[in-house]
Every structure is written in C-alpha cells, then in structure tokens.
Design a protein around this ligand. Structure first.
Ligand SMILES: *[C@@H]1O[C@H](CO)[C@@H](O)[C@H](O)[C@H]1NC(C)=O
Ligand SMILES: *[C@@H]1O[C@H](CO)[C@@H](O)[C@H](O)[C@H]1NC(C)=O
Length: 196
C-alpha cells in the first residue's frame, strides 16, 4: 500500500508517464515479431531432417551457419538459396586466402604445394560457377540438375585436400577452409534432396 501511494503521484507526472508508455510499447509483442520465431523453428526442423539424412552434416553446424540470412525463409527452397549464398561467399573468401598464400611466396620453394594451391584455386572457381548454375536450376525447379551441380561443389573441397595428401610429407595449408566448405556444401546438398 505504501509503495502504491509513493509511486502513483510520480507515475502521473507527464515525463514518467511518457516513458512508461514508451516502455509498454517497446516491450509488448508486435505482430511482426512472431515471424522470426516461426523462421527459427522452421530452420530447426529443416536442419534436424537434413542432418538425420546426411552423415556428413551435423545439426549444430547446419543451424549456426544458416541462422544468419534465413530470417525470411519459409520454405526449403528458400533455405537452399540461403545455403548456396553462404557457400558462394565462402568460395570468395577461400580464393582470396589461396591468392594470399601464393603471393606470400611461402610455397615458392615447394613447387608441389604451390601447384596444389593453384589446383585448389581452380577448383574453387569451378565450385562458384557450379553454385551459380545450381541457383539457375532451382529457379527453374529443375531439382535433379541442381543436385548434380551441388554434388560437384562438394567434391571441390575433397579434391583440393586430397591433392596435398598424395605426396608424402606434404601438409595442406587449407585443411580448415576445406573442412568448413565441405560442411557448407553438405548443407546445400542435404537440403536440395529434401525438395520434391
Ligand atoms: C558424404 O561425403 C562423402 C565423401 O565425400 C561422399 O562420398 C558422400 O556421397 C557424402 N554423403 C552424402 C549423403 O552426401
Ligand atoms: C568461410 O571461409 C573461411 C576461410 O577462408 C572460414 O574461415 C570461415 O569460417 C568460413 N565461414 C563461413 C560461415 O562461411
């Protein structure tokens, strides 16, 4: 009671009242704030299904890599496009990483590793083109052809990594990048196989 009496007068003074109303408006759920929640649960379900059907893909990686960018996604088709987007931007990052390694001259005295790096650069350029083709096929709802493109994309990281391993004593400087890209492309492929 005492508290009530203390609060009431100050609550009705205009600045406090305004602040109070602003807070109420900020804290009350608006109709649009339910959409991200729906997208989030849609993403969780999709990642559960995708990782269950694909031994190369973990649920956690699927969720954490697709969360940014999928806020508006409401179908598997949307999610595939988001996953392809992530993979495309990763090819760009990996290619610039490879170029930096080549320019740095660290491998200039190691022609084998240098040649492998150049192969990887081509593989990732090809992967980027394949991803762009996959987008075109998806827009035409030609899911079979999109699947073929995305399978080829997945091979890029494996072929790149294997190149270094074919010569004894050689260590791949791209193991981390190849691993991430393998997972990113696994997501694309797992999702595309969920399309009708
Ligand atoms: C998992 O990865 C292996 C190795 O690259 C590949 O041969 C296989 O097809 C992949 N599985 C699926 C379901 O994509
Ligand atoms: C993309 O590629 C870089 C390597 O160049 C890697 O470090 C990074 O974690 C990747 N990130 C995502 C989410 O694409």
């Amino acid at each position: 009671m005492k508290l009530h009496r203390l609060l009431l007068p100050s609550l009705y003074s205009p600045p406090i009242l305004t602040l109070f109303l602003v807070l109420v408006l900020l804290l009350s759920p608006s109709p649009t704030s339910s959409a991200p929640g729906d997208a989030a649960s849609f993403l969780r379900e999709a990642c559960q299904r995708a990782s269950r059907g694909d031994p190369n893909l973990t649920y956690g990686f699927c969720l954490s890599s697709l969360a940014p960018g999928s806020e508006q996604a409401s179908s598997i088709h949307d999610l595939v496009l988001v996953s392809i987007d992530h993979a495309v931007s990763n090819t760009t990052k990996i290619r610039s990483r490879i170029k930096t390694l080549l320019k740095g001259g660290v491998f200039a005295k190691d022609p084998y590793v240098e040649a492998c790096l150049k192969d990887c650069l081509e593989l990732y350029s090809g992967a980027k083109l394949d991803l762009q083709w996959a987008v075109r096929f998806l827009k035409e709802k030609d899911y079979g052809s999109a699947n073929v493109e995305l399978s080829a994309v997945m091979d890029a990281s494996v072929t790149c990594e294997d190149g270094f391993g074919e010569r004894e004593g050689k260590v791949s400087p791209l193991t981390a990048e190849n691993r991430v890209f393998f997972q990113l492309s696994s997501i694309c492929l797992a999702l595309v196989t969920m399309l009708p």
